[in-house]
Design a protein around this ligand. Structure first.
Ligand SMILES: [Zn+2]
Length: 276
């Protein structure tokens, strides 16, 4: 049985990388159409799928060949984390609102919109039969079947005295996602900010929507929400990037060490190839 939302929900704000105003309206999807973006920029609905990925630098971008949508991973993470199968996403700009840098605004809007079950539609999931592994340059992923749950163990590791090595392990359910993953905010290092802005990224970035890590200080509005907020945000990103398979995770144990968007997308491709 597939699910979508009951009522539309709208959120507004500015995009993290482009810094421009953006409005997103989530709408119920009647068909088994997965996550699709609709908007003035797109002649056809743009499916959030791996074959549409056009960039993975500091975010995951998708394209219809003409127009690009930037930084879709937090929004997709919220939809997947809450267990939604089908969702139409109307978007006015080229990037969803950054909100507070986490997926909380998306997740709470979707939760409030309510869940609608579609008993007439069959739900296909990723079905892993054996173990998969992928590793390169210290980045490592593993997936293996695990009965009746989705369990993820993620390690973030960065050589900075205020970051170090953080590991988060959780059994992914909508409730766990909402409480332990969705609120984790994106972060950046102050020494990278100037280069990012020169590259046309993080233009909307501020302490309102990101944690900034300086040499001797972690600057986070209201303080860190979790001691391991960095690892949790990487988990949020991983869930969003894996949603691009178009199939929900099911009966699986996943490990990810030092994940990033490019590697997440490659791992998602491998999962889809072996278990789709
Ligand atoms: Zn992120």
């Amino acid at each position: 049985m597939r699910t979508t939302i009951k009522e539309p929900a709208t959120i507004e704000g500015i995009g993290l990388h482009k810094g421009l105003p953006s409005k997103v309206t989530f709408r119920p999807a009647d068909g088994a159409t997965g996550y699709r973006f609709l908007g003035p920029a797109f002649a056809q609905p743009l499916p959030a799928r791996l074959d549409r990925v056009s960039g993975t630098v500091r975010g995951t971008n998708i394209t219809d060949g003409k127009n690009t949508l930037y930084t879709v991973e937090h929004l997709l993470s919220a939809a997947a984390g809450l267990g939604l199968d089908d969702l139409d996403i109307e978007i006015s700009g080229e990037e969803p609102p950054a909100a507070d840098g986490s997926a909380l605004l998306f997740a709470t809007a979707l939760r409030k919109a309510g869940l609608r079950e579609k008993p007439e539609q069959e739900r296909k999931t990723l079905a892993l039969t054996g173990q998969l592994e992928m590793s390169k340059d210290g980045i490592r992923y593993l997936a293996r079947p695990m009965k009746d749950c989705v369990f993820i163990k993620l390690t973030y590791d960065y050589p900075h005295k205020l970051v170090g090595r953080q590991t988060i392990e959780l059994m992914l359910t909508p409730e766990e996602y909402l409480v332990r993953v969705a609120p984790a905010r994106t972060f950046g290092f102050s020494h990278e900010l100037e280069a990012l802005k020169k590259a046309g990224l993080a233009l909307g970035g501020s302490l309102d929507n990101a944690i900034v890590i300086a040499e001797n200080e972690v600057m986070a509005k209201g303080g860190l929400r979790f001691a391991d907020e960095f690892a949790r945000h990487k988990l949020l990103d991983l869930i969003g990037d894996l949603a691009l398979t178009g199939l929900p995770l099911n009966n699986v144990y996943i490990e990810a060490e030092r994940p990033g968007h490019a590697a997440n997308v490659n791992f998602a491709k491998l999962l889809l190839e072996k278990a789709g």
